[in-house]
Each structure stands twice: as C-alpha cells, then as structure tokens.
Design a protein around this ligand. Structure first.
Ligand SMILES: [Zn+2]
Length: 211
C-alpha cells in the first residue's frame, strides 16, 4: 500500500535528489507506530520526457509490512503526474472530447480514455469518501451536481478551497486518496488519512542537490 506525503518539490528537483531524496517519517496506517525507512525503488514519471525517481519505502516492524512513500505529485501506478491526470479529467468531464483533451495535453488518447473510464467507475466512492471527510473536518455541507463525476470534482474543489495556500488541487486528490484516486482496488478510500498529513503540508526541506 502507498502512503502519500505532501511534497513541495517539482518533479525535476525530486528527480535530481536521486536516492538522497528527503522524505518525512510516516506512521503505520494499521497500528500507528512510527515506521523505519526500508530501501526503496526506482520508477518513472512522464514529465516532458520520462524521468526516473526514487521512491522510498518504510517498514512497520510490528506489522511486518512495507509501504511505498509516494510524493503528492504522483498517483500510485500512474506514469503521469497527478496534475496532468487531473487536467485531462476536468476537461473531459467539462465536455471536451477525450481525443481533443489528449491532443491538447500531449497524452496518448488511449491513456486519457482509460483514466476517464476509471474515474467514471470510481466517482461514486470518491464522492462518498469526500463527503465523509468534510464531516470529519467540520467543513460546511455543500450541494453537489447529480452527475457522479462532476460531483467528485466539485467535492474535491470544495475541500481544496480553504486549503489552497498549502496544497495544490490535484496533490490534495492524491493525498486524501492515498494515491488511489483512480485505483480499482477495494481499499477503503481514506485508509491512509489517520494523522491528517494533508492538513498542513510543510514546505519540504531543501534537498541535498546533486552536484
Ligand atoms: Zn503497523
């Protein structure tokens, strides 16, 4: 399972840090104990060209489980930054044909269509999860559009509005869903939310630049 942490770095800066990337310590989503860093793995992100990023892992020793520590500009198992995925979804849900959306944002048409299909399937769960989160955070109740996909975007926007100084819109989507905004698995949507990491993301410490 992935744990998403609020990352203020650009993809470029993150990539430049290589294995030395600074990542905040996390608690185990199951038992809440502080975890220890446990190696990591390389993955790619498509940002103009493909870049290789090091994703650190943490291990909960009592639970004997490891978790990927994903920066908030990514979703789990998606090559493109969540910001790009978000634009594609927003334009498509706004009524622009997915072919045009894909061309405008330089994303393969089949990829854009796949994101949209998954979002459509996922939207009711996203709406329900975001509504539960609003209650937990004491945000005002809002009325939402009847279409589930539009409702998911509206609910995300409403959650983000009072927090826009601390986190970008689509980074918030990754943070609150544990990187699983488009996931098809059955993990409860807000499982990774325990310590409300997304509430007050602090700017990341300057990473040691690789010279
Ligand atoms: Zn644990």
């Amino acid at each position: 399972m992935a744990i998403v942490w609020p990352c203020g770095l650009s993809v470029e800066k993150y990539a430049a840090a290589g294995r030395e990337i600074w990542v905040p310590r996390s608690r185990c989503p199951d038992c809440r104990q502080e975890m220890v860093f446990w190696s990591g793995y390389w993955r790619y992100v498509r940002e103009k060209d493909e870049r290789r990023l090091f994703i650190r892992r943490a291990c909960c020793q009592p639970c004997d489980r490891t978790h990927a520590l994903l920066p908030s500009f990514l979703l789990h198992r998606r090559l493109d930054p969540v910001r790009v995925i978000g634009w594609v979804l927003a334009l498509g849900i706004g009524g622009l044909g997915m072919g045009k959306v894909a061309a405008r944002l330089g994303v393969p048409h089949s990829t854009a269509r796949d994101w949209r299909r998954r979002h459509r399937a996922r939207a009711p769960a996203l709406v329900a999860g975001l509504a539960a989160l609003r209650v937990e955070l004491g945000d005002e109740v809002i009325s939402l559009p009847g279409d589930p996909e539009q409702a998911a975007l509206a609910a995300l926007g409403a959650l983000w509005a009072p927090r826009q100084a601390v986190v970008e819109l689509w980074a918030l989507a990754s943070l609150v869903s544990g990187g699983a905004w488009l996931s098809t698995n059955t993990t409860p949507l807000w499982a990774a939310l325990g310590d409300r990491r997304f509430m007050a993301p602090k700017p990341s410490k300057p990473t040691q630049e690789v010279v």
